[in-house]
Design a protein around this ligand. Sequence first.
Ligand SMILES: [Fe+2]
Ligand SMILES: [Fe+2]
Length: 285
Amino acid sequence: MELDALIEKVGDLPTLPTVVARINREMENESLTAHGLGVIISEDSAFTSRILRLSNSAFYGMPKQISSVDKAVTILGFDTVKNLALSLSVYSFFKGGRETVIDIPGLWNHSLACAVCTKLLIAKSSRKLAEEAFLFGILHDIGKMLLINNNLADMENVLRISRDRGITQNEAEREIFGFTHQKAGARLAKKWKFPGNIVMGIKLHHDLPPEIKKLAPETAALVRALCVGNQMAKALSLGISTNPHRRDIPVIMWKSLHVNRNELPKLSVKMKEDFNMILRDWGND
Ligand SMILES: [Fe+2]
Ligand SMILES: [Fe+2]
């Protein structure tokens, strides 16, 4: 299959969530302000109420009720609200209501769990990257949704042959499509104008340890957290990835994330708690 043609087909509106298009375009031009972000969100009242519901989630632990988008930006911060808006908007790509054996709500929950785990992992070494890490998790398997939305029968076939022949999902993807969901997802995120570090995260999220020599230090840290966050979401059975196969996490990855192995039980409990909190307030409308 021709990946270029697939990306060309789905890259433009209306499949591209409008909020993503507007935020990413203004981010790219460095013209997105807190006020502008508020305007983009406030134009859609259903979207606004979902942003507010999530802003008030115990996941963010704010003591006071947040009653407006402006307050959300002031209290939670610009990056948090921006990434929440992007995440909510990407969520629309995970809905479709088609008849399939693939557990799409489970895949969304896996993405949300990966977001929570990646955020907690990066926070051990860098608090300022935590919000970006959340978005890395939300987007990491976007390539799977691209293939489900556009080539459902082939994607079902990928899962079938991977299970029946005991090959990895990536091997089956290469056989059926000629490329992996990481590659497809990275291309889609690039087309949708997500920043280069997120594109890199999507591309490398199955590589343990990832080839990070040429990456800027912050991107490298985010990519490492994402690779481990993805495995943790699976290990803790939070959500359902289409690929139940788990990889061992090399010791060097834990070290680079500043996570001591004996902290893992406590960190795992926190991952589960945070996932359940955000899942409850995410809703399914
Ligand atoms: Fe993946
Ligand atoms: Fe995943």
